[in-house]
Design a protein around this ligand. Structure first.
Ligand SMILES: O=C(O)c1ccccc1N[C@@H]1O[C@H](COP(=O)(O)O)[C@@H](O)[C@H]1O
Length: 218
């Protein structure tokens, strides 16, 4: 089965076009002011509009309140809300009911016990995303370009549909797909030449690596 491929932290039309041309199934826009990938909802909408329907538009938020989500949802009109903070199951149920949009809940993983929190979100979140825990001193909950031990994912309940992220790049994405049952992968720093600067050749190389690993493009 082809994995979903999410290119996250897009800020330019060129990178959006290249991701879609290469077969990205999901395009992520970051709404977190401390991130070098942060964009205003109006800017994200301009970037997303030309490719709407070709890939799912994902709004990445971190502990956003209703006012912030209202702006993002009304201006960007995302297909999916990614919640990458400390959102509770109750908060996710509230957001799903408010907007009628699927929610992908992100979890930070360093050790097996980090998966203990997942159970409370089964039947609540529409999809799960497992990312590495932020390194000490980082102000970002994601987008740090660090991986975690993927063997931990073997202990996850089989019913949980998830995307894998954290430090993926052209050199390790094949192994990531082969060694987990992730139905999708998510990359940000691994296709950047500098924080927040997507590199079109690195996007190409990432998709080439997925194809070489035996997972054809979407
Ligand atoms: O990318 C960011 O800056 C970011 C900021 C706040 C929350 C999430 C963010 N990105 C997410 O981080 C992972 C992967 O990042 P990387 O490939 O290790 O750089 C991915 O889930 C992004 O959606």
């Amino acid at each position: 089965m082809k994995p979903d491929i999410k290119i996250c932290g897009l800020k330019t039309p060129e990178a959006v076009e290249r991701a879609v041309a290469q077969g990205a199934t999901h395009l992520g826009f970051i709404f977190f002011p401390k991130s070098p990938r942060n964009v205003a909802p109006e800017v994200a909408a301009e970037l997303a509009d030309p490719v709407r329907g070709k890939a799912k538009i994902v709004a990445v938020t971190v502990d956003a309140d209703d006012d912030e989500l209202d702006d993002i949802v009304h201006l960007l009109k995302p297909d999916v809300l990614q919640m990458h903070g400390h959102e509770t199951p109750e908060r996710i149920l509230h957001v799903r009911a408010l907007y009628g949009l699927p929610v992908m809940k992100a979890f930070s993983v360093r050790e097996a016990s980090d998966l203990d929190r997942v159970d409370a979100f089964i039947g609540v979140a529409d999809r799960f995303l497992f990312d590495a825990k932020a390194p000490a001193g980082s102000e970002l909950p994601g987008g740090n370009g660090v991986s975690f031990d993927w063997e931990i994912m073997a202990s996850l309940d089989d019913s949980v549909d998830y995307m894998l992220s954290g430090g993926l790049n052209k050199d390790n994405v094949g192994l990531a797909l082969a060694s987990t049952r992730a139905s999708g992968i998510d990359v940000s720093s691994g296709v950047e030449s500098a924080p927040g600067v997507k590199d079109l050749h690195m996007i190409d190389a990432f998709f080439d690596a997925i194809a070489d690993a035996g997972s054809p493009r979407a």
